[in-house]
Design a protein. Sequence first.
Length: 190
Amino acid sequence: MKKLNQIAIIPARMQPPHLGHFNLLANMVGKFKKTLVLIYDFPLSEQNPFTSKQRQKWLSEGLRELNDMYNLKFTQENLELIFLTAEFNTATDEEIQGYIHEITEKTPFTIISLNPKTLKKCSELGFETLKPTELEAKFPLHPSLLTHLNDHGTQIRSFLEKNEPIPTGYLPKSIKPATLKKIYQKNQPK
């Protein structure tokens, strides 16, 4: 495997955060000096039914749960959650480049994503990119979680929309399906 940069940047919506996200974060510990998770803030919609505040709470609870269960050693020094404002969605390429260089303090970094559009855009901006599947996985919570990471949020929202139970293996225990469903229904556009 090639030598990795010091910082991993993971752009994500996390609508909602699920075990695929946590598995990816667990794989960053020890591989990179620091992991920055850039979480997009979109207006509430069918595809983005959870607020930044809700996702931040679930991420914190899930990270604490997995830290306790598996001694992953997530710390403020090696993992930082950054919630991007809605204005970031309309930023120019130059503004995005400037922001990324600012948060990394010009330290070499790699963008980690399974989203083809994100990888293409980041490559066009001159950023080094990797798919999670290109990293040596050391902590698979579930065999399919790294390869189907993009699908899990969509599947969870589909279960919620159809009022079907969310199967085991999608969410950490700290994110209760009943709570997720209640918030999902409350936040749906009328």
